[in-house]
Design a protein around this ligand. Structure first.
Ligand SMILES: Cc1cc2nc3c(=O)[nH]c(=O)nc-3n(C[C@H](O)[C@H](O)[C@H](O)COP(=O)(O)OP(=O)(O)OC[C@H]3O[C@@H](n4cnc5c(N)ncnc54)[C@H](O)[C@@H]3O)c2cc1C
Length: 447
């Protein structure tokens, strides 16, 4: 079977690689001059710069299982235990995020009233319908926890607006806890007990990796390894410009295929072929990523962690920052701290009117205050990258959008959709979506 895969982000590369392993003829079309999409690592002047994702959660088994076959285990690196420290900005200073129930009760991030409200969570009645993330958590744990903890978490994952995102789509695990256990706490305990019960008798608990991971030369090592295996079957600088159904087959840029897997971002669908693709895919927000480096001796705030997220009530101009040089080795010269600052997102559209130079200047002023940089110390290095369509927003219309995608696939038996706009935005989700697309396509083709 001859299959066209559209797009060479992690989802398209995963789909192409799986088809190749199953000995199908595959051609992967990529409009830009490099594979990887949002995964973008650059080595510049002794710094390793991630302009997209920085680290992957170890819980995505399909990706973890693929790493040895891709020859990546020698370069695999995990964030040290320090990397599990996360900070939340409170009155302009980093305060550790409480990681356990005991710490939650003692944290200065929450008032005594908010902590008491949390104790009521197991007794709050469940709600059967979808709600916004803000409405769901306000109902379950109270407004202050939403403002101080949930809001910055949403900025960190989706750069999104908690009043608009759908909890069922953006955080299905929490909605699942409520549905299955009646509350977040009871649902989490129930799931843990059921995992324990389903473990075969006598089998010891699998030692799970807990820390986020990357590779010595950054996350682009994954996409480079996949691209290398695809070899001449990956066409760079080859934008898909025309796609048409021709009888039972498809024509992509004039070439005939038995089937198509599209991983093109949903915002591209209308311009490419508005009559073909499902209508009204998710909206995307813009995010600008700024890198700044300072001498370690000039930084007086705590840097022993993953980074700091900033609640909207703090009225800052940045969403948060990662402490790259604390997270993984060799990200910057030994005596320097490298920070990655995130700006923009669904609630800060003003950033799209600013030049990159202006955004670097704003980021610099914010970081100088937040990280207590020695007065007058300029960064030793600065650079910025803007993603105009960075992250799809799973808003309240998302379940209906996913239904339209499912209906589309049911109608077009040899055309399937994969990518981060459907069932999860992380690198692990996107990788799985590429593999799953192949799994859905092949039985249809045999039928
Ligand atoms: C700033 C940022 C930080 C992030 N941080 C994390 C993180 O720390 N951890 C995590 O797990 N996830 C993170 N993510 C999310 C994750 O990186 C993405 O969701 C994932 O990489 C998307 O993969 P994809 O293949 O679905 O889409 P994309 O990477 O967008 O790939 C789509 C590809 O299609 C190509 N294309 C577009 N139009 C055409 C055309 N006409 N013809 C041919 N090709 C075309 C594009 O050039 C691109 O290569 C982050 C995302 C961003 C933007």
């Amino acid at each position: 079977m001859k299959v066209a895969v559209l797009g060479a982000g992690i989802s398209g590369l995963a789909a192409g690689w799986k088809l190749q392993n199953l000995s199908h003829e595959v051609v992967v079309y990529e409009s830009s001059g490099r594979a990887g999409g949002k995964i973008k690592t650059d080595r510049v002047d002794g710094y390793l710069l991630e302009s997209g994702p920085h680290a992957i959660m170890p819980s995505y088994n399909a990706l973890m299982d693929a790493l040895p076959g891709l020859g990546l285990m020698d370069s695999y690196i995990e964030a040290g235990d320090e990397g599990r420290n996360r900070f939340i900005c409170l009155d302009g200073r980093p305060v550790p995020l409480p990681m356990g129930p005991g710490r939650l009760l003692s944290t200065p991030l929450l008032s005594a009233r908010a902590k008491l409200r949390l104790l009521k969570e197991p007794f709050v009645a469940p709600h059967p319908d979808d709600e916004s993330v803000a409405a769901f958590f306000t109902r379950r744990v109270g407004p202050e926890i939403v403002t101080r903890l949930i809001d910055p978490f949403i900025s960190g994952v989706y750069a999104g607006d908690p009043d608009k995102l759908s909890v069922a789509s953006a955080f299905p695990i929490f909605k699942g806890f409520e549905r299955d256990g009646g509350s977040l706490i009871k649902g989490a305990v129930k799931r843990m007990l059921s995992a324990r019960k389903n473990r075969p008798a006598g089998q010891p608990r699998e030692k799970r990796r807990r820390n986020m991971y990357s590779f010595r030369q950054g996350l682009s090592q994954i996409t480079a390894a996949l691209a290398e295996r695809l070899g001449g079957q990956l066409l760079l600088n080859s934008p898909v410009e025309e796609i048409q159904k021709k009888g039972d087959r498809w024509s992509v840029n004039g070439e005939a295929y038995d089937a198509v897997i599209s991983t093109l971002p949903a915002f591209k669908w209308a311009a490419l072929n508005g009559d073909l693709f499902p209508q009204n895919g998710p909206e995307y927000c813009s995010v600008t990523v700024v890198h700044l480096a300072y001498p370690k001796s000039a930084v007086k705030a705590r840097t022993d962690g993953f980074g700091m997220l900033i609640p909207a009530v703090e009225n800052r101009k940045i969403l948060g920052l990662l402490f790259d040089s604390s997270l993984f080795p060799d990200r910057a010269p030994e005596d320097q701290h490298l920070f990655t600052i995130f700006m923009g997102g669904a609630r800060n559209r003003w950033t799209t009117d600013k030049t990159l130079a202006e955004l670097i200047e704003i980021a610099q002023a914010e970081v100088a205050g937040l990280m207590i940089i020695e007065e007058g110390m300029p960064p030793l290095f600065s650079r910025a990258h803007r993603w105009t369509h960075a992250i799809p927003q799973y808003d309240m219309g998302h379940p209906a959008a996913v239904k339209r995608m499912d209906d589309f696939e049911a109608q077009q038996h040899n055309f399937v959709l994969a990518g981060n706009y459907r069932n999860g935005i992380s690198v692990g989700h996107a990788f799985e979506s590429g593999l799953d697309a192949v799994e859905r396509l092949l039985p249809k083709m045999d039928a």
